[in-house]
Design a protein. Structure first.
Lengths: 114, 114
């Protein structure tokens, strides 16, 4: 079955530390891949996306993500976390071949401690 | 930067009442979507709309739901007779000529059914 998995429900990091949020997908072909961030009470803001080409993509707010076909993964990273990065992060895919909908993971809640 | 807007930000209604959630997509976009997020759960696709008709809908989108583009700017989601389980955050999204692959999300409407 098609699925998007974010194994980590909640992550806590210290400000200034590095961050990696995991995302794995299960689809027949490589889908389009996205990371969204949702701050408390806010909507979904697109951080970055991968369609094709260079497997390391840069996004806003200093985030990057790496697509690894062999691992069916699209992990989000940031070298140095800021307190304002505390939010919910969602990995999402579009199957590419057909359909209009995005499929979202269950999200990872990030807490940043001083 | 153009953005998707939604009104109201929070709607409280009694069970059995009809509610209409409103969205103003990005002006030159052609595809429109509704998603919902029950508290603590993943974002789920409800429906997509293109060329004045539903192009895709999920199992969640039953006869209690309807969508409409009443004029050139608004896109609405109507729930005819709300149930407690309809309580959720509802996100509108839109995408442009590129199709469903780049969806821009609004800030959401939090619907509380009492």
């Amino acid at each position: 079955a098609q699925s998007v998995t974010q194994p980590d429900i909640h992550i806590t990091v210290s400000e200034g530390a590095s961050l990696e949020l995991r995302c794995n997908y299960s689809y027949g072909a490589t889908p389009y891949l996205f990371w969204y961030v949702q701050s408390p009470g806010q909507g979904l803001q697109l951080l970055l996306k991968y369609f094709s080409g260079d497997t390391l993509v840069q996004g806003i707010k200093g985030f990057e993500a790496e697509f690894k076909r062999s691992q069916s993964s699209f992990n989000l990273r940031k070298p140095s976390v800021h307190w304002s990065d505390a939010a919910e992060y969602f990995c999402a895919v579009h199957p590419r071949i057909t359909g209009n909908q995005f499929y979202f993971g269950t999200g990872t809640s990030l807490t940043v401690i001083p | 930067e153009p953005e998707v807007t939604q009104t109201p930000s929070h709607q409280v209604t009694q069970m059995g009442q009809e509610v209409i959630l409103r969205c103003v997509p990005i002006s030159n976009h052609l595809y429109f979507y509704w998603y919902r997020q029950i508290l603590g759960q993943k974002v789920e696709f409800l429906v997509s709309f293109y060329n004045n008709e539903i192009s895709e809908k999920s199992e969640i989108f039953d006869d209690q739901f309807s969508v409409e583009r009443p004029d050139g700017s608004n896109f609405t989601l109507k729930i005819r007779s709300t149930k407690l389980e309809d309580s959720a955050m509802y996100f509108c999204a839109s995408s442009g000529q590129g199709g469903a692959y780049e969806q821009y999300f609004g800030p959401g409407t939090r619907l509380t059914v009492t």
